[in-house]
Write a protein that binds this ligand. Structure first.
Ligand code: DCT
Ligand code: MG
Length: 510
């Protein structure tokens, strides 16, 4: 049975309907005729599916709620091709055997591009040989000589081994919550290695020659390959401590120490925190709770760009030659993030120092600041870069909650849901923004440091120390052999000083 169509997009068919009425009764124009998507809820979850369907419809895709015969593309997450096939058979929809069975990565890349992208083999989920004439190619043996340092690997956003890396990331996070450093580091590194692979792991044989994948990790991968899930991960997800820490640390201003304290006090949920009367909260935490729903929601790329635009408009008025750059996940090509990280500098020496307070004042006067905290620079140029891979930098910065005006007010959105009605009338969203001010001569180091991913940064610093006898942080690079600070005007200069090939921001998703 030929379940998978040829690798090109389906032929264009003329369809009379041009408007899609989504579950939220919102009308979206259909821009891409001939493609009809269905997102499989299994393992994706209802809320994520709804969110992605809405996102897709906004981008002009036709997405069906039900698996109709008109569907051309079935998109699944964390399911193998065989699992999708089994589901299709159970749903008795197998007669419509012309579906593309695709991984969610195809969908998210389409969202990024704003249009349907060409289907590549890596997007197609594997189905048994007798069902498919066009399976993904086997794992390439090119993965055998991978470096143990993420800064010597290229890690695109697209992670074809998410089923394994999600498991490792959850276990690593749990070790972080348990303050158990050694397995935390091991699992983070192992996850990062898998994220750089170009093909999905189909058997434990594919792990041969990979660095940093220990016996314990192999066992977990084997279990997932056989069972589709890992018991240890399920246990963690259900554990009281993990759930409580996850909830607590999702509040802006709450770190591991506070989470630990609250857990010891017997508190477990967000509600426990909200309704505990004598609980002392910092102003940051109070605001974190006040705008919790908005902040816990993802920031979209469009919203991040709106923040960038707003900040540039303000900053350019008093420093026209300021340089304002989006860093963090958005610079690495992510479509969604938890905050907007902006790096600000000025080529004229010292002028950058006037930017932060002026910007904050304008935002305050415009009524756009829901919360802010200013940290003045503590940089000392006589000191060498920090030895710690997770050391915080010393730049002047502000962590703020911005009141971002929604571009279009969608009053009719979710009008069937009375509880949400009030929220729908609100024409703004609370967005977390980090503003970081850097002197121009340190800008390249700050840009490299703030672009991340955090694991890429850790490995860069580890590489500098262990392989080059150098010390790197967000401010400088020091060569211990020559006893000199190495200057850099660009990220490329820093990679060159370290003897590394340049890695594009989009390839730093380690
Ligand atoms: N960083 C840093 N010093 C800090 C905080 C962050 O050097 N005090 C670096 C690490 C990654 C980068 O800046 C951005 O940090 P995050 O916003 O936490 O990560 P992200 O990759 O942007 O993730 P997200 O998309 O969830 O915001
Ligand atoms: Mg970020």
């Amino acid at each position: 049975m030929d379940l998978v169509r040829s690798a090109s997009l389906v032929p264009i068919k003329k369809k009379p309907r041009l408007v899609h009425v989504s579950s939220t009764l919102h009308r979206h124009e259909i821009k891409f005729e001939g493609i009809v998507l269905y997102l499989l809820e299994r393992k994706m979850g209802t809320s994520r599916r709804n969110f992605l369907m809405e996102l897709g419809r906004k981008r002009g895709f036709r997405i069906e709620n039900e698996l109709r015969d008109s569907v051309t593309h079935v998109v699944a997450e964390n399911n193998s091709g065989d699992e999708v096939l089994e589901w299709l058979q159970t749903a008795r929809r197998i007669q419509a055997n012309t579906y593309q069975i695709l991984d969610i990565s195809w969908f998210t890349e389409c969202m990024g591009a704003g249009h349907p992208i060409e289907i590549q083999r890596r997007h197609q989920l594997q189905v048994q040989e007798d069902f498919s004439a066009a399976c993904n190619p086997p794992v390439s043996s090119s993965c055998v000589h991978l470096s143990p340092y993420a800064c010597q690997r290229r890690t695109p956003l697209q992670d074809v081994n998410r089923i394994f890396t999600d498991a490792f990331d959850i276990l690593a996070e749990n070790f972080e919550f348990e303050i158990n450093k050694s397995p935390l580091v091991a699992f983070r590194r192992a996850s990062s290695v898998l994220k750089s692979l170009q093909s999905p792991i189909m058997s434990t044989k594919d792990l041969e020659g990979l660095p940093l994948i220990g016996v314990e990790m192999k066992y977990i991968i084997e279990e997932i390959l056989e069972e589709g899930q890992c018991c240890r991960v399920l246990e963690v997800l259900n554990s009281e401590r993990y759930k409580a820490f996850k909830a607590f640390t999702s509040i802006f201003g709450v770190g591991l120490k506070t989470a630990e304290k609250w857990f010891r006090m017997g508190l477990r949920t967000l509600e426990d925190i909200k309704y505990k009367k004598d609980l002392k909260l910092t102003t940051m935490q109070k605001h974190g709770l006040l705008y919790y729903d908005d902040i816990a929601d993802y920031v979209s790329k469009m919203e991040a760009e709106a923040v960038e635009h707003l900040m540039k408009n303000i900053i350019y008025k008093f420093v026209p030659d300021a340089i304002v750059t989006i860093t963090g996940g958005f610079r690495r090509g992510k479509e969604l993030g938890h905050d907007v990280d902006l790096l600000i500098t000025c080529p004229r020496k010292g002028v950058e120092r006037e930017i932060l307070h002026n910007t904050i004042n304008v935002l305050k006067n415009q009524g756009q600041l829901l919360f802010y905290d200013i940290y003045e620079s503590t940089f000392d140029d006589t000191k060498r870069p920090s030895r710690r891979v997770d050391a915080l930098d010393h730049y002047q910065k502000s962590f703020l909650i911005l009141k971002l005006a929604k571009k279009e007010v969608k009053a009719e959105k979710r009008r069937d849901d009375g509880w949400k009605r009030l929220e729908d009338l609100r024409d703004w969203k609370a967005v977390r923004v980090d503003l970081v001010i850097t002197p121009h001569e340190q800008y390249a180091f700050a840009l490299l440091g703030w672009t991340g991913s955090p694991q890429f940064e850790r490995d860069l610093r580890r590489y500098a120390t262990q392989e080059k006898k150098m010390m790197l942080d967000n401010h400088a690079l020091f060569d211990k052999t020559k006893n000199v600070f190495l200057k850099a005007r660009s990220e490329e200069d820093i990679f060159a000083h370290l003897g590394l090939d340049y890695v594009l921001p989009e390839e730093r998703n380690a």
